[in-house]
Design a protein around this ligand. Structure first.
Ligand SMILES: [Zn+2]
Length: 105
């Protein structure tokens, strides 16, 4: 993740990063706090070392391939709440991605 952030900063012609905006799916079972800790550790000594991390948490959501129902889910594997099918795909909740960054002006 730090690599992606530094690469994006480079694309902006910046060596330092001020803020990092992240989408974090709740099914990843990573708290924003531990993500931040991990980030701090990984970014040490880089231009992102002092960046602020802003986490947007994304709820788990699933769609049933059998009956087409969509519903919230905080579990996986998932069983459809409507027809008990196991042919359920997760459509959100597994994100761990850098959305954008701010660099100093
Ligand atoms: Zn179903």
């Amino acid at each position: 993740m730090v690599q992606a952030v530094l690469k994006a900063a480079q694309d902006h012609g910046a060596g330092k990063v001020e803020t990092v905006y992240v989408r974090l799916g709740q099914l990843e079972h990573i708290s924003p706090e531990s993500l931040e800790q991990h980030f701090r550790h990984a970014a040490k000594g880089t231009g992102a070392e002092h960046a602020r991390l802003v986490c947007e948490e994304v709820a788990g959501r699933a769609r049933c391939r059998a009956c087409g129902a969509e519903f919230d889910s905080d579990l996986r594997p998932v069983v459809c709440l409507h027809c008990d099918s196991r042919q359920v795909e997760l459509i959100s909740g597994l994100e761990l991605e850098v959305v954008s960054i701010d660099v100093p002006q």
